[in-house]
Design a binder for this molecule. Structure first.
Ligand code: NAG
Ligand code: NAG
Ligand code: NAG
Length: 404
């Protein structure tokens, strides 16, 4: 056998050694850094409580984190700002900047950007809520959030809005009212992120999952085949049963949701099981047609993912599915990261306890696969406190391989 035949084999072996692969031996997630991004109750910028944190990695590797700043109380209803911060070094420990304000009361744009506020709804009876971030081609970030989503509507008909940024979330364009697309039903995106499909069917499609509210609950998908320039309703829907009736304990009530794409090109949606139908655990829906349907006969319940009814994080990276939530049947405590080698059908061991104490909503992000190298990272943003989960918003940087 001549050297010409040996060489390709040799290169292949070197290539394989250098590329990190997820196995039970190599996956040892560990928190390598934790940064407090917002602290509630300090009255800074007129905000009472920060909640519903989101994070995405923007093109170029910067992190963009956003949260609701609830002005007067911790309640869901009320006037809010959408606070955003960005980390140019990808959460590397350098300073975080605030994103500029570009909308809200028109005077503020003329006065110049207020640091750290992407949107401000003044004194609205029930303002902008988060929401889902998405990074789609061309560096555009979309942040989609409902207004007047909490009945009884204190400030007019509910409407969902889309905010666009062309600079990784440093500045935002005026909000686009999506009522023409989603109608007057509440469509509360996420909380979490929208995905852009990497595989057929519907490769390149942007998919947001959202839910209705209380009596008219259920999840549905909003789709865009042009990177968010135009969004279309008509994606799959999974309504609550009974629909349009007061909720009872154990009713089927799919609520806050996070979509993710599996290696076979299907979309899975991990869903808050609001009234604990069948279990105090997560509900999972699937779509095999790019989000056009969410067939009820494909809905499953995952008893391993014990949940107190909360917005949870899901992320697919490095061939693994990660899941984060306060892993407890009834209380928002024990923020735990779980991982799956089997496309989310089973979960490895007991996971990693990130915070034993009060902890609530969470969401995750990771650099794109090409930027991950052999020390893959993920970012976990979550509500964290000592006596209440709403005291702070914290960002944990997690080394998947456990490297320092
Ligand atoms: C959004 O548009 C709908 C339909 O035109 C309207 O009823 C609603 O008031 C608008 N929302 C806002 C906040 O302007
Ligand atoms: C925290 O979550 C893990 C993983 O689900 C579980 O094994 C453990 O019992 C939980 N701890 C508490 C205090 O609930
Ligand atoms: C995950 O899904 C892919 C695509 O369908 C499949 O090839 C692979 O075998 C699955 N992994 C496991 C462990 O089931």
């Amino acid at each position: 056998m001549g050297p010409g035949r040996l060489l390709p084999g040799l290169l292949l072996a070197i290539g394989a050694a250098a590329r990190w692969a997820a196995t039970p031996e190599t996956v040892r997630p560990r928190v390598v850094r934790e940064q407090l991004l917002w602290v509630s109750g300090e009255g800074r910028g007129g905000v009472h409580t920060f909640r519903v944190p989101l994070v995405v990695v923007t093109p170029g590797g910067a992190l963009l984190a956003c949260a609701e700043g609830r002005k007067r109380s911790a309640a869901d209803v009320g006037a809010k700002v959408i606070a955003c911060r960005h980390s140019p070094d990808g959460g590397g420990g350098g300073p975080w900047g605030g994103s500029g304000r570009c909308l809200g009361d028109p005077g503020s744009a003329r006065r110049g950007a207020r640091r750290g506020v992407a949107a401000d709804d003044g004194s609205a009876g029930d303002g902008l809520s988060l929401g889902a971030l998405a990074v789609a081609g061309g560096g555009t970030c979309c942040c989609s959030s409902p207004r007047c989503a909490h009945p009884p509507q204190a400030c007019g008909p509910p409407s969902t809005h889309l905010l666009r940024s062309r600079d990784g979330g440093r500045s935002w364009g005026p909000p686009q009212n999506l009522s023409g697309v989603v109608g007057n039903e509440v469509f509360a995106p996420g909380p979490g992120y929208g995905i852009q499909k990497q595989r057929a069917p519907g490769r390149g499609r942007l998919v947001f999952c959202g839910h209705g509210t209380l009596e008219r609950d259920g999840v549905s998908l909003l789709l865009s085949d042009d990177g968010g320039a135009a969004l279309a309703a008509g994606g799959g829907a999974l309504p609550a049963i009974p629909f349009g009736a007061p909720r009872h304990p154990r009713d089927f009530t799919p609520d806050e949701c996070q979509p993710y794409e599996l290696p076979d090109g299907s979309i899975a949606v991990n869903i808050r099981n609001q009234n604990f139908y069948r279990c105090r655990c997560r509900m999972v829906a699937r779509s095999w047609d790019g989000g056009e349907t969410l067939p009820p006969d494909a809905v499953t319940f995952d008893p391993a993912l014990v949940d107190p009814a909360v917005a949870a994080g899901v992320l697919v990276t490095g061939g693994l599915v990660f899941f984060s939530n306060p892993a407890h049947e009834s209380r928002r405590v024990n923020l735990t990261l779980r991982w799956s080698f089997t496309n989310g059908t089973t979960w490895w061991g007991r996971g990693l306890q990130v915070w034993a104490g009060p902890s609530g909503y969470s969401s995750m992000a990771a650099p794109p696969p090409g930027d991950q190298g052999d020390a893959p990272l993920l970012y976990l943003i979550y509500e964290k406190g000592r006596s209440l989960s709403t005291e702070t918003v914290s960002l944990a940087t997690i080394s998947i391989a456990g490297d320092v």
